[in-house]
Write a protein that binds this ligand. Structure first.
Ligand code: CA
Ligand code: CA
Length: 199
């Protein structure tokens, strides 16, 4: 491969990384239609929902302050495809100081009805570090038969009885396709080269 071809491959690899398409509708949990209800296009269950408690910045809220509570948020209707690797990021997370529950996030994969689950890939959210501005990331490859991919953030097994500062809030999220190597070793080599150079 000549220098120009390598340059083109590098530009392609870098471009894919920078411009990965956001698959979530309303990744910031905002009130898009200005009806006073946040988290438009998202769903929730249990003791979880969408608010803007901390100023004009919509977020998903997880009320893990009472033993027995459970809940989560998710988004349906996102078309997916088998064999594709997806990356789900929680970009701005607040874990309160007394938080003590089983938190996880990840992806569920569904058939064409967006209701029959084929499989899932859930990753624990570490509570070892609490505070504001935390971020978490996971990736998973969609199993055979996937037609829809559903991001989900959930908790259960609340054990704390501290009586306050036990909740979690997620202010932003992102779901993207991880660029495939396309069988070109130079793409991976280019990625390594550039990642290294930035350090
Ligand atoms: Ca937000
Ligand atoms: Ca709304």
């Amino acid at each position: 491969m000549n220098t120009r071809a390598i340059g083109t491959a590098l530009a392609l690899a870098m471009g894919l990384g920078v411009h990965a398409q956001e698959l979530l509708v309303n990744p910031g949990f905002e009130d898009l239609d200005l009806d006073g209800n946040y988290g438009d296009n998202w769903g929730s269950f249990g003791a979880a929902g969408f608010n803007a408690f901390f100023g004009p910045n919509g977020h998903a809220s997880f009320f893990s302050e009472n033993p027995g509570n459970f809940g989560g948020v998710f988004q349906v209707g996102i078309a997916g495809a088998e064999g594709v690797e997806y990356q789900f990021d929680l970009l701005d997370v607040r874990l309160e100081s007394n938080i003590d529950a089983n938190y996880r996030f990840g992806l569920e994969f569904f058939q064409g009805d967006d209701a029959t689950k084929i499989g899932d890939a859930l990753t624990p959210i570490s509570l070892a570090t609490t505070g504001d501005g935390l971020s978490f990331s996971m990736t998973a490859v969609a199993p055979a038969g996937t037609m829809f991919v559903r991001p989900i953030i959930q908790y259960d097994n609340v054990v704390s009885t501290a009586g306050g500062q036990e909740n979690a809030f997620v202010f932003g999220a992102s779901l993207t396709v991880v660029p495939a190597p396309a069988g070109l070793g130079v793409l991976a080599a280019g990625g390594l080269c550039c990642a290294r150079r930035r350090r």
